[in-house]
Design a protein around this ligand. Structure first.
Ligand code: GLV
Ligand code: GLV
Length: 320
């Protein structure tokens, strides 16, 4: 059977299925592998099954001589040098679609938590500080009837927008290419208008050279002082140092973050702010979705091993 190397354990049912279709080896330790270790362990593999925090660059690709495919267990694939892989006739695949609704749910979890100060209030209550109802205890911002600004109107951005209907929100969005479908009343605007008019700004663009630091000091200064920034996309879309300053100076009201510029490190003083909710990159983290992502990867692996075009290939020009 053909050799596949997996860089970290995924949910068991997917792992069992994977064992049935290939000669699988994987990193048994529940941690990210160092690049050197990965190169040694994956040496003979035809398919490298990797995670969004494995950097698959030229050096890794050059050291895996049998490699036919790089199968990423994520929708985002900024961790892979796709151009170089393509030049070496190596397919690259991702997991779009299955994680859309799960990630949209988490964006909303961040909207609720940061606006209504859920995490701060929970910490307070657990600490035994709740001594009775008080008129000004943990006052937050309303969600109902406010304006939701979506930056990036792909699958996830659209799913976040759809959820706002029950909250009577006005939806604005920015998109370079597409029109947001099936969200009645959603209005396409330019970035400046979105930043100036939205109460909640949620990021749903992939990380590309053109989206790196899309949100910096200049953009924070355009936002309302009552606005909240939500990021479930990639950390580097935001200049995190500028974000810390915007939170410290109350240029904006708060932020809900699932991703960080230098993950897993947080910018200095970010965790000292009360007006942020900080999650450890769990956007797609439901058991159902992480299992389904495993099966999408398995279908991609099966196709690559047969020399066929994988269903979720991102460098598909290479099959033409
Ligand atoms: C998660 O961040 C993903 O890209 O799947
Ligand atoms: C990702 O799946 C997106 O298109 O938002």
């Amino acid at each position: 059977m053909k050799k596949v190397f997996l860089t970290r354990k995924i949910p068991q049912v997917a792992l069992d299925e994977l064992n049935n279709i290939c000669d699988l080896s994987f990193n048994n330790e529940d941690r990210v592998m160092a690049k050197r270790e990965l190169i040694v362990a994956a040496k003979d593999c035809e398919v490298l099954f990797c995670l969004l925090n494995d950097t698959i660059d030229k050096e890794v690709i050059d050291n895996l001589p049998n490699l036919k495919g790089i199968v990423n267990y994520a929708v985002g694939y900024n961790n892979i040098d796709v151009e170089y892989a393509t030049s070496k006739n190596i397919a690259v695949t991702n997991t779009p679609g299955v994680l859309t609704e799960t990630t949209a749910d988490l964006a909303w979890a961040l909207i609720f938590s940061v606006a209504r100060r859920v995490v701060e209030a929970d910490t307070f209550t657990r600490a035994g500080k709740f001594v009775g109802w008080a008129p000004e205890l943990f006052l937050g911002g309303d969600i109902y009837g406010k304006t939701l600004g979506i930056i990036g109107s792909g699958r996830i951005g659209t799913a976040v927008a759809k959820r706002s209907v029950g909250f009577g929100m006005k939806v604005l969005y920015v998109s370079r290419t597409s029109v947001m479908e099936n969200v009645p009343g959603a209005t396409k605007v330019n970035l400046e208008t979105l930043l100036k008019e939205s109460d909640f700004i949620s990021l749903h663009v992939p990380l590309l050279p053109s989206t790196k630091h899309l949100i910096c000091a200049e953009q924070f200064n355009m936002m309302k002082p009552t606005a909240y920034l939500i990021n479930t996309s990639r950390g580097a879309v935001v200049n995190e140092e500028d974000l810390v300053k915007a939170l410290q100076n109350q240029t904006i009201a708060g932020a809900g973050l699932d991703v960080y510029e230098n993950e897993p490190k947080l910018a200095e003083d970010l965790a000292k702010q009360d007006n942020v909710v900080l999650l450890p990159h769990i956007g797609s983290g439901s058991l159902e979705t992480r299992t389904l992502m495993g099966f999408i990867c398995i279908n991609n692996i099966k196709a690559i091993l047969k020399g066929e075009k994988p269903p979720q290939v991102v460098n598909d020009f290479f099959y033409k």
